[in-house]
Design a protein around this ligand. Structure first.
Ligand code: FES
Length: 166
């Protein structure tokens, strides 16, 4: 009806430029709906499972071959895929791809200020030994993690776990 009146009486008013209460609420409803959809999409993305790739299981070493607080270099799954097996100070094992996610320098296991790290000397990058996440420097992504299993007195690699984006 409003449009019909405007057609019949095509006179510009100053009031034509004001936003009506109905238009304002319509805009606010659409904006908050869009925000809710965006938030739900982000939450769903955050819960995406990590990309876990299974490869042929391979024995890395005997449990006693790696002393607590030290590391052992190995290759998995191909001979040129450099990895590092760490025996953390709590006695548990963790395995990571050894190439830094910045420019591929090999990372080293180090304890600095009583904190266990996978340190990259090229540009002072460092990763958490707990989950491979970046804790300092320019690396853009976490280190891919090697899925491990202890079988008796042996440490085995079973696959590679990566963040979805890396
Ligand atoms: S290559 Fe590791 S921080 Fe640059």
């Amino acid at each position: 009806m409003n449009e019909k009146i405007k057609q019949d009486f095509p006179i510009e008013w100053e009031d034509d430029h004001f936003v009506t209460r109905r238009e304002f609420f319509k805009f606010m409803t659409l904006a908050s709906g869009g925000l809710a959809v965006g938030t739900a999409a982000l939450a769903a993305y955050a819960k995406l499972p990590k990309d876990e790739r299974v490869f042929e299981a391979a024995m890395i070493c005997k449990v006693d071959d790696v002393k607590i607080g030290s590391a052992l270099a190995f290759s998995y799954p191909r001979p040129n895929d450099l990895c590092l097996l760490v025996r953390k100070q709590d006695g548990n094992f963790a395995g990571y791809a050894r190439r830094c996610t910045h420019l591929s320098c090999p990372v080293e296991y180090e304890v600095r200020n009583e904190r266990e790290l996978l340190y990259c000397p090229c540009h002072n990058g460092a990763f958490s030994v707990e989950d491979g996440s970046v804790v300092q420097g320019p690396p853009p992504h976490p280190l891919p993690q090697i899925k491990l299993e202890i079988r008796g007195n042996e440490v085995w690699a079973l696959g590679i776990i990566k963040e979805k984006h890396s």
